[in-house]
Design a protein around this ligand. Structure first.
Ligand SMILES: [Zn+2]
Length: 397
């Protein structure tokens, strides 16, 4: 089936249709969203398969979405981003029936850089100069395990930041990725580089300590690994396993893999008793099939890395006591074992040589921005922009 997509910026008015732009409110679920807009719950939720239903759980507060209405106020289309790559598209087919689909978000990535002189703190100066809280956050987060900004920074110290920023139709969106950075502390320079292996290293090629614990359950054996496709012994069908299973005795303590805020602590379908923790930089961890939560653990609570939050159990869809552990970045499940490490990595041999070449390029770039005093870009208000695509009205449904 060939569809012709016409991409249009949504502030424009087209064919007497109007576009409303709103944000998902805290606590607003997909079902609440449908009800609020008088959209059919059966067609757009209950008739969906389980995978699509689960996708709708990925909607997060603060996301901008768009509703396209005709001149009678009838909803023609909705675009609801799930993360920075995928969005829900609700539209009317030729029979005026509402349909649900998940479609990719198209964007381009630009590498940008700037220099600034510190008058107060890195957080303050980056925010003041760029207008982007996200840039300030990723800068501070990337150095926070190795440097103490509070005590050692002097007025007049300088910093350079090189990062990737995603754009949709000329507007920045989503979290930037730090590529390389330099900060002076009392005129002594400190560097950080994103290597090709996706990890951050200092100027000596030593990994900057990750924020996550190696294992959320001490001494437990891994009984099932992360995979995008596996045979499910209970359901007898192919499924994805978007986490790592740790087999352990019922009641074994489960620890927060990293510091963060608990955003969910209750029962959730096949997950059984579930805890979700939101961490910095768009990371989230999930702990499922729990026997029970530790006393005082509830939604909204801030927990520290290593703190006991719950106990291993077998609630929900589970064949025996184990912890199902998930790691998500910007809503997408990623393999925790790729990110989590027992010890900090040191680069050797070929890998170190490759890193040193990469570092040399970044160093030259940092030097250049330092000498040129490259001015930051001013971002203004940051929005989660989306595309809407218009299906040809007559020929296609
Ligand atoms: Zn599992």
């Amino acid at each position: 089936m060939i569809r012709i997509f016409i991409l249009l910026l949504l502030t424009t008015t087209i064919f007497a249709s109007t576009v409303e732009r709103n944000r998902v409110k805290s606590g607003e679920t997909y079902l609440i969203f449908l009800e609020k807009n008088a959209l059919p719950l059966k067609k757009l939720y209950y008739d969906l398969d389980k995978d699509d239903q689960r996708l709708t759980e990925e909607i997060r507060a603060g996301i901008h979405y768009q509703i396209l209405k005709d001149d009678n106020g009838t909803i023609e289309q909705v675009l609801l981003p799930l993360n920075d790559e995928l969005q829900i598209h609700i539209f009317q087919d030729k029979n005026k029936q509402y349909k649900f689909e998940a479609i990719p978000i198209i964007s381009e990535t630009k590498t940008e850089a700037f220099h600034t002189t510190i008058t107060s703190s890195p957080m303050y100066n980056i925010l003041k100069d760029t207008g982007s809280k996200k840039l300030a956050q990723i800068f501070v987060a990337s150095f926070k395990n190795s440097l103490n900004f509070k005590n050692d920074i002097r007025k007049g110290d300088e910093l350079v930041m090189i990062y990737d920023q995603k754009y949709r139709l000329g507007h920045p969106f989503s979290m930037p990725t730090l590529k390389a950075a330099m900060i002076e502390m009392g005129k002594k320079r400190h560097y950080i580089y994103l290597n090709d292996d996706g990890r951050y290293y200092d100027e000596k090629g030593h990994e900057v300590e990750g924020f996550l614990l190696a294992r959320p359950v001490r001494g437990a054996r891994i009984s099932s690994y992360f995979t995008k496709r596996r045979w499910h012994p209970v359901l007898h069908k192919w499924k994805a396993h978007l986490g790592v299973d740790y087999a352990a005795r019922r009641g074994t303590p489960v620890r927060a893999a990293g510091s963060g805020r608990i955003i969910y602590a209750a029962r959730m379908g096949s997950y059984g008793n579930l805890i979700k923790i939101r961490h910095d930089d768009g990371y989230e961890t999930r702990y499922a099939h729990l026997k029970s939560f530790r006393r005082g653990i509830h939604r909204g609570k801030y927990v520290k890395k290593g703190q006991v939050i719950a106990y291993v159990g077998t609630t929900g869809r589970s064949t025996g006591p184990h912890l199902h552990f998930e790691l998500r970045k910007h809503g997408r499940a990623i393999n925790p074992l790729r990110v989590v490490q027992v010890t900090t990595k040191k680069l050797h041999g070929k890998a170190k040589k490759a890193f040193m070449r990469l570092k040399k390029n970044y160093d030259e770039s940092i030097e250049l921005h330092l000498n040129n005093q490259s001015k930051p870009k001013k971002y203004g208000s940051f929005e989660n922009m989306s595309y809407i695509h218009f299906l040809p009205k007559k020929s296609d449904g």
